[in-house]
Write a protein that binds this ligand. Structure first.
Ligand SMILES: [Zn+2]
Length: 144
């Protein structure tokens, strides 16, 4: 192609602005105009945002456990009678047993027997059933 200014054949041209007109000129003529920087400015590469997939770290709450009405295998309708302590004490004395002897029979601690008789603590149903069975006394009653 030819220089648009001097007509010289050129294999490479410069694109310059001369008097507001863009022209393709040879190397020598380029100085007459303002060369357009054809080189694109280095593209600023956006830093690649490595989106951290945090899916692996999401704590999935465990499914709620099914609520059991009672872990006891004893019917919930059985409740200690009001005077269970007196009943135990009375029956124990009828049997001629000391608290310690009764404790041995029940394979419980003497302290527990004393507290049950004073009604300071309520025996759990399992113990209450054991007392009923071994002593032949009713301390549980059905609650309607
Ligand atoms: Zn030229």
């Amino acid at each position: 192609m030819n220089c648009e200014l001097c007509g010289r054949v050129m294999d490479r041209y410069h694109e310059v602005i001369i008097d507001g007109v863009t022209m393709k000129v040879c190397h020598d003529c380029a100085k007459y105009g303002k060369e357009i920087n054809k080189r694109p400015a280095a593209v600023q590469r956006e830093p690649v945002q490595h989106t951290i997939q945090s899916n692996n770290f999401i704590r999935v709450p465990p499914p709620p456990l099914p609520r059991r009405k009672s872990s006891s295998n004893v019917e919930d309708s059985d409740e200690l009678i009001i005077d269970f302590g007196k009943a135990v004490k009375k029956r124990r004395e009828e049997m001629g047993l000391s608290q310690e002897e009764l404790a041995n029979k029940l394979q419980e601690k003497k302290n527990l027997i004393a507290k049950i008789e004073r009604e300071e603590i309520k025996p759990d149903r399992q113990t209450a059933r054991k007392i009923e069975k071994i002593m032949g006394v009713r301390i549980l009653e059905k609650v309607q």
